[in-house]
Every structure is written in structure tokens, then in C-alpha cells.
Write a protein of this length. Sequence first.
Length: 191
Amino acid sequence: MRYPAAETAERHQKILVEASRLFKERGFGVSVSEIMKATGLTHGPFYNHFESKEALMAECIAHSADGALVELDAAGETPEGMRAYVRDYLSHEHRDARADGCLVAAFAGQAGSAQGVSTSLTTYLKSVIGRFAGNFPWRTKKNARGDAIRMLAAMYGGVVLARAVDDEALSEEILREVLAGLQALPKPTDT
């Protein structure tokens, strides 16, 4: 039985949303059956939407990236918005929200494991670096790209480490110290 195009697109989107959430929360080991069950669909129609699980994984990164870039663009409208973005990123709320959190922190360690995943992640990361280089209130724009890469590496690494430990106090300390180090960077000069 064929479904109307709008219904098919809606189901495709639902699969992407649920798969993105599950992959961020539990990694790429989540089965197709688990994903389809989370969407309320049976396993059968999966291949009507995706060529393979690897294709779904790559598309999930692109899907998550779209939403994340919208959020980053909104933050980039003001210097304080960018500073708030960094503070929010390095918070225990973000650390604890794996399923709704950062795709880089969730997927970077698994990037080489599946075809298309590294390409999707690379495309996203290039966009984020460009936005941080252009929108963050750097002291000078001379080294903005390098500064952006260092800042993002600290942010991503801080969240990954904070999630990895089973000691709440240490986890909080990691987030706090990474944020303090980033906030200690020289402030932009007024021009």
C-alpha cells in the first residue's frame, strides 16, 4: 500500500528525530528495530526510507546539524548571546541531556565507524568553526579561526570528559574549569 507523499515525509522525519535522539543517547549500536519501535512503526518500512542503517546515521547527523546551526545562528546575533551559548554548553543540564545535546560530543568518537558519518560530521564542524570565528567576540579577528578551533575543542572535550566520569563532583569540576579557562580569555577591545 502506498502512502501519500506528505505522510511518507512525516514518517521519514519521525524516524530521523527518534534515531537522532537514540543515537546521541546510546551510540550507533542502537538497532533499526529499536528505532522503528520508538517511532511507533514496524521494522519493515525502514528500507523504504533509508538505504541502510549507515545512511540513516549520516542523515541523522545532517538533521541534528540543521537544528544546532539554527540555535548557534540565533546566539551569534550578539556577543552576549555567544557567551551565553558557551556557558549553556558547559552546563550540567547540557551534560545530562545526551539525547537532546551536542552531536559532536555524541558522535565524534564513533565517526570512523560508518560510511558517511565522518563526512556529515566534518561538514557540520566546518560550519560551526566558521560561525564561531565570525561571531564570537574575539579580542582580535587576526587569529579568530584558530581561536574558534581551540575554544570548540575545549568545549567538546569538556562535555565528553564530564559525561565519561562516574564522579559527580569531578564532572562538575571539569565543566567549571573549562568554562573558567574560556572566560579568562582576553575580552574584545571596544572599537
